[in-house]
Write a protein that binds this ligand. Structure first.
Ligand SMILES: Cc1ncc(COP(=O)(O)O)c(C=O)c1O
Length: 696
């Protein structure tokens, strides 16, 4: 810088900028490099240069830094989000191909953390479909794919030199291209559309996005360090990998094969308890950062908040960036890894010494929770169930002898002291679930769901359980307008909800020593070890499958839904975060974007099965329940977010039916009503009718 200042220091872009550009060309093998003032404007310029006009569509991955879609918006074009694929975490090429329409002018392919999937295929598709390819290589300087630097596959690519990048000029960016015409056009666009250096004739409209020689000087010095940083980043990744190799909870999504020449920009890991791990590391003085949230969930893209990009959602809910500076020493990396290992070792140790009692463990939610506890934690699990609907849901767990025990019994007769022996935590699902069975057996419903349920809670308080999770329901809200928080009035309009509301009151007010969490669950759906076909979504699928038509009454009534596996995960989250969760609190469990109307559900199923929808007017039959629920309290408290969506379960169940894995019998018999009741008769009649009938 000293030498530069003494030489007369031309401050706007000139010789030093050109030298910097040449160094980038030499390093990457590009024919042209055009430096500009940041790595966002590069993208807008690239799009303009390849001919994207206001109103055109540009395909952009849903998982990227927000600059990617915003650069499309900036020129009045429309970013169309595409899901990523789980291995490279770049745009899913099949989904990209399916998303191309006559309005699609370009694809913006982002090399997230310098990863890159089958880019040759991507190039071929873009060529065949006459779509321009712009690479957002902001995170990819130093990375090659089969010998070619990333950014040299499409028409033009974009790099960023902002502070955290592998080289930085404070702010700054550059475009690379092998196309002479594009290069000359971009040079004009960034310099007021000037026809040539120094003159004031303007052939095209352009702006001022110029670099400065001051940045050029910094860039030149940074480029000298690039080869060392590239080597060091690879070593840093390998050091992390070595120290974390045997931590079963961590995925690293490795792309470290030499053919690819991947140089990670940041070290990213993927874990189920990202927020809690991050908090622990912070307490040890180690800073981390959650990876980017899905773009479609940003408030800035409000109108797309209800869209679905399952892979992006999954990846971004689990990803954590670890300290990644090229200046990190091996000792510092080891300290970070030791802190991570200590966190998981302590968690395993604590959980290994504790037992969770799952009351109603053979049921729909119960067996899903047992599955989650055994699979994702180190807790021991004791399941208790009367086996009203038999016990096949428990079969897979018996093999895990060291961690699983089962007690058969009825809540009304079991010896609580014996049941609670060795138990630390309790989740209580035991109930006659749903209105049909409660209406049929009202006395039993009150006895099981309320009276004996609360006797068990009394016993748990005496026993000193560390956490008592009570399974309640969002249907407690009855019919109300607006998005209902936990503070909303309860308006139970069924025997079932009555028993739940009464129990909640008792648990929250009458047992001062019981550390209770009341979870108000959304209506569950999805396959689990015990299947139920008397749930809203499942009944609709059955109708679509058997009758090829869904009759919907109260079609515009709202209902919050949540996948059974996500509900189970929420319970596990409570136990895992028990130390930091307040007692005597109530949480709605579900997902704000899964408040759906029955009409919406019907439409989703119709799209998958081709069935007809018969919307029955409210005059004929009214659904007394309609409620939309706010689930943000639990998310704020624990970081929990639902991962699965109705469309996932629809696909699973319809595939199950198509392949025969779900037999006709289950469609009618997997229901919460006592054996030999009238529904069973209807089922038999339906099954007889079904014989020989062809399916959808
Ligand atoms: C993928 C991606 N695109 C674009 C940008 C924007 O670059 P800049 O900050 O230089 O505008 C970034 C910056 O982090 C990025 O990661």
């Amino acid at each position: 810088m000293d030498e530069y200042m003494r030489s007369g220091a031309f401050l706007t872009e000139f010789k030093k900028t050109q030298e910097f550009e040449k160094m980038l060309c030499d390093y990457t093998g590009a024919k042209h490099c055009i430096a500009v003032n940041n790595g966002t404007i590069t993208l807008s310029l690239a799009l303009i240069a390849v001919g994207v006009k206001p109103g055109d569509d540009v395909l952009v991955p849903d998982w990227t830094m927000v600059a990617s879609p915003n650069s499309v918006k900036m020129i009045g074009a429309n970013p169309v989000f595409v899901d990523i694929e789980p291995v490279t975490m770049c745009m899913d090429i099949d989904k990209m191909e399916a998303a191309i329409t006559p309005k699609t002018k370009a694809v913006m392919f982002v090399q997230m953390n310098a990863r890159c999937n089958d880019i040759e295929r991507l190039v071929a598709i873009c060529k065949a479909r006459n779509v321009q390819l712009v690479e957002d290589s902001a995170q990819a300087l130093g990375s090659f794919h089969k010998g070619t630097h990333l950014g040299l596959f499409g028409a033009v690519s974009s790099f960023s030199f902002s502070a955290p990048k592998i080289i930085s000029t404070g702010q700054g960016g550059a475009l690379l291209t092998n196309d002479d015409e594009l290069a000359s056009y971009i040079r004009k666009l960034k310099d007021f559309g000037r026809n040539g250096g120094g003159n004031d004739t303007h052939g095209v409209i352009g702006w001022n996005f110029k670099f400065t020689d001051m940045q050029g000087v910094v860039g030149i010095e940074q480029m000298k360090k690039l080869p060392w940083r590239v080597t060091r980043m690879r070593q840093i990744y390998q050091t992390y990998k070595k120290h974390l190799a045997d931590v079963r909870q961590i995925e690293m999504n490795d792309h470290d094969d030499h053919e690819q020449g991947w140089i990670p920009w940041f070290i990213d890991i993927f874990v189920d308890d990202r927020d809690s791990l991050s908090r622990h590391l912070k307490s040890q003085g180690i800073g981390t950062r959650a990876v980017y949230p899905p773009i479609h969930q940003q408030e800035a893209y409000k109108e797309r908040n209800n869209m679905r990009f399952p892979v992006t959602e999954y990846v971004s809910s689990r990803g954590l960036w670890l300290p990644s500076s090229s200046k990190l020493t091996d000792e510092e990396i080891k300290r970070v890894c030791d802190a991570i290992r200590a966190y998981y070792a302590a968690k395993d140790r604590t959980q290994g010494q504790q037992t969770v009692l799952v009351v109603g463990g053979a049921g729909y939610l119960g067996s899903a929770t047992v599955m989650r506890l055994l699979k994702e934690t180190n807790f021991k699990v004791k399941a208790f169930d009367a086996l009203m609907y038999e016990g096949s849901s428990l079969f897979p767990f018996f093999a895990m002898k060291e961690r699983f025990t089962f007690v058969k019994g009825d809540l009304r007769t079991v010896d609580f002291a014996q049941l609670l022996q060795g138990v630390d935590h309790v989740v209580n699902f035991c109930a006659l679930v749903g209105e049909p069975i409660c209406k049929k057996l009202p006395e039993e419903a009150v006895a099981i769901n309320q009276e004996y349920n609360l006797k068990l809670a009394d016993a748990c308080e005496k026993h000193g359980v560390k956490r008592y999770v009570f399974s309640s329901t969002c249907s407690n809200y009855g019919t109300q307008e607006g998005l209902l928080t936990e503070e909303a009035q309860l308006q139970p309009i069924s025997v079932y909800a009555d028993t739940k509301v009464n129990s909640e009151k008792y648990l929250l007010n009458e047992l001062p020593q019981l550390p209770v969490s009341v979870l108000r669950f959304s209506t569950a759906y999805g396959l689990a070890a015990r299947v139920r076909f008397d749930l809203l979504l499942h009944e609709f699928i059955r109708d679509a499958w058997v009758d090829k038509e869904i009759k919907i009454f109260g079609a515009d009534g709202w209902r919050p839904l949540c996948h059974v596996d996500d509900l189970a995960r929420a319970v596990v989250t409570v136990f895992e975060q028990s130390a930091s969760l307040p007692h005597k609190d109530v949480y709605n469990i579900g997902s704000n974007d899964q408040n759906v109307t029955k009409r919406m559900l019907g439409e989703m199923i119709a799209e998958r099965t081709g069935c007809k929808l018969d919307i029955i007017g409210n005059k004929v039959k009214v659904d007394p329940r309609s409620y939309r629920v706010d689930f943000s309290k639990f998310e704020k408290a624990t970081g929990f977010r639902a991962r699965l969506r109705p469309v996932d379960a629809i696909n699973d169940i319809v595939s199950g039916l198509e392949t025969g894995a779900i037999g006709d019998k289950i469609l009618y018999e997997a229901v919460n009503v006592p054996v030999n009741e009238s529904v069973q008769e209807i089922a038999k009649a339906k099954l007889r009718e079904l014989e020989g009938k062809s399916k959808l």
